[in-house]
Design a protein around this ligand. Structure first.
Ligand SMILES: NC(=O)C1=CN([C@@H]2O[C@H](COP(=O)(O)OP(=O)(O)OC[C@H]3O[C@@H](n4cnc5c(N)ncnc54)[C@H](OP(=O)(O)O)[C@@H]3O)[C@@H](O)[C@H]2O)[C@@H](O)CC1
Ligand SMILES: [K+]
Length: 495
């Protein structure tokens, strides 16, 4: 089963649709799910501090507190807001809490001791920067250094963008209601959410509202993989061309080429622009190095990756234009993206290409493509990726924590794999080579993109699990681990 992701306005639509179909107890369901998870996480410990805010997120917390109290946990609630202004469901939850003898505190007692905090201060209704008592409370909870279960989303985090409203609660677990929201998974989301759990509140969300966003998951991306027939030869496995490697940047093209080899392309050609380009890659002599004009004379290329170390010389401009004029599937990265951003005619060429085009920008490259700023791209990562995909009629991966893949049809995917060890030179070059290799092996461009993005992050995660990284993890190591995982997923799928 695929896992959908919805923006907060879509979650509100879902709530409305549920209400219209006669479901009126969503808050009770959310509170019960929260209490059950809290009980499991407490694992025998008994004392809980519940923070309830002025909206329905506070209502969820009040319901959870009521159940925990009924199960004999020691529960203290700090409520911040005006009880008279609570929305109806939350007001009912408050009455039910008071009816079983519960009390409300207006500040965290200085001498209290708890095993866990339940954060029900703000959910998807947080609409502006935190200030005053709210800001102070978030900081105080973070200073307590206790396990925190955040209800729906850590308070202070923007459910759509994954940015913080000045500060946010550092949760150890987040229980997201109805479905995932993109802000949990991208930008700062992974830093604040801890382990993410989803409770659908018994709603079949995709049946009520068609999702446009999905979580990338191994079962989904690996479905494109098939074992090779024993009777195979390199021609069947496709040929990749890499175009880049201007003076002082040959390494980028070699990294992309080596990654394409390791991901199984039958033949890989690296065409280097540098005047004094090497004739052979001594560390990887299987790579075929050639001059750029030779690459376009080959009649058996299945995919071309343009950009690693390309530079922005007149020759680079001419070669990129030539690549865009072919019907080959193209992967464009780095300076290919920067050149595309400043040449309107190349953007027109891209829009009308017969072959697929895949763009792999990080946020600064995306900003150039959209004539925007890195800050604005990070504020709207999903929207930015889909906008580029639709404007340029291409597939896009907007890289960074929680990479966003987008299609020209408006579908988008968030990648949960990867770690800060990937913030190092060459990682993007390796990703370009990986995508190109999978396309050359006849995966559809979209399947190749989704698999490569997921696998690239999973390979880096594998090293971190082994204690290599995040500090000092190299792109070459990621390509090696990607090869190992790919083989494992195809040939020992249970492992
Ligand atoms: N509806 C349902 O059926 C279900 C909803 N569910 C739950 O409800 C949550 C959404 O609830 P919600 O819409 O009430 O928003 P919520 O996040 O509690 O906060 C809104 C309050 O905060 C206030 N406020 C905002 N920003 C502020 C700031 N910076 N500083 C100070 N105040 C600020 C804002 O005040 P105002 O902007 O009006 O001044 C308002 O009072 C959702 O995440 C899920 O947990 C589940 O139970 C499932 C069923
Ligand atoms: K919360």
């Amino acid at each position: 089963m695929k896992t959908p992701i919805y923006f907060s306005h879509e979650i509100r639509q879902l709530e409305q649709l549920a209400r219209e179909s006669g479901i009126s107890d969503l808050m009770e369901r959310a509170g019960m799910a929260a209490a059950e998870l809290a009980r499991e996480l407490l694992a025998g410990k008994t004392s809980v501090l519940v923070i309830a805010g002025p909206g329905n997120n506070g209502g969820d917390a009040l319901v959870a507190a009521r159940h925990l109290k009924a199960w004999w946990f020691k529960v203290n609630i700090v409520f911040i807001g005006e009880t008279a202004k609570l929305p109806p469901d939350a007001a009912n939850a408050l009455q039910a809490w008071l009816a079983i003898g519960g009390e409300l505190l207006d500040a965290i007692p200085a001498d209290g001791k708890w095993d866990m905090v339940i954060d029900g201060l703000f959910g998807i209704g947080l609409a502006r920067e935190l200030s005053g008592r709210y800001l102070e409370l978030v900081r105080e909870i973070n200073r307590m250094n206790l396990p925190v279960l955040a209800l729906d989303i850590p308070s202070g985090l923007d459910a759509d963008a994954g940015q913080t409203f000045r500060a946010a609660i550092h949760a150890s677990h987040t229980l997201s209601f109805i479905a995932l929201k993109p802000g949990l998974l991208t930008a700062y989301g992974p830093d604040y959410c801890g382990q993410i759990h989803v409770d659908t509140l018994e709603l079949d969300a995709p049946a009520l509202l068609k999702p446009n966003g999905w979580l990338l998951e191994k079962t989904e991306v690996a479905a494109a993989l098939k074992p090779r027939p024993r009777n195979s030869h390199k021609g069947m496995l496709g040929s990749v061309g890499i175009l880049g490697g201007a003076s002082a940047m040959c390494g980028a093209a070699l990294l992309a080429g080596r990654a394409a080899l390791k991901l199984g392309a039958g033949r890989v050609y690296a065409a280097l622009l540098a005047d004094a380009a090497p004739a052979v890659d001594i560390g990887q002599p299987e790579l075929m190095l050639c001059a750029p004009e030779k690459l376009f004379q080959l009649d058996h290329l299945n995919c071309l990756a343009v950009g690693p170390g390309l530079g922005q010389s007149p020759q680079a401009v001419q070669l990129l234009r030539q690549a865009l004029e072919t019907e080959l599937p193209l992967v464009l990265d780095a300076d290919a993206l920067n050149l595309l951003a400043i040449h309107d005619d190349m953007q027109e060429l891209t829009k009308s290409r017969k072959g697929s085009t895949i763009l792999t920008p990080h946020s600064a490259e995306a900003a150039r493509l959209l004539s925007s700023t890195t800050h604005d791209i990070q504020q709207e990562r999903v929207h930015s990726a889909t906008l580029i995909a639709q404007r340029l009629n291409c597939l896009v991966v907007l890289k960074g924590a929680g990479s966003i893949c987008a299609t020209p049809k408006g579908e988008w995917f968030v990648n949960p794999t990867g770690n800060p060890g990937m913030s190092s030179a060459g990682m993007g070059d390796v990703l370009s080579g990986m995508i190109a290799a999978l396309i050359a092996q006849r995966l559809t461009p979209q399947s190749a993109l989704l698999l490569a993005v997921y696998l690239h992050g999973a390979a880096a995660d594998d090293w971190v699990e082994q204690g290599v990284g995040p500090i000092g993890l190299t792109a070459t190591e990621v390509a090696d681990a990607a090869r190992m995982l790919l083989n494992r997923w195809i040939y020992s799928p249970v492992a």
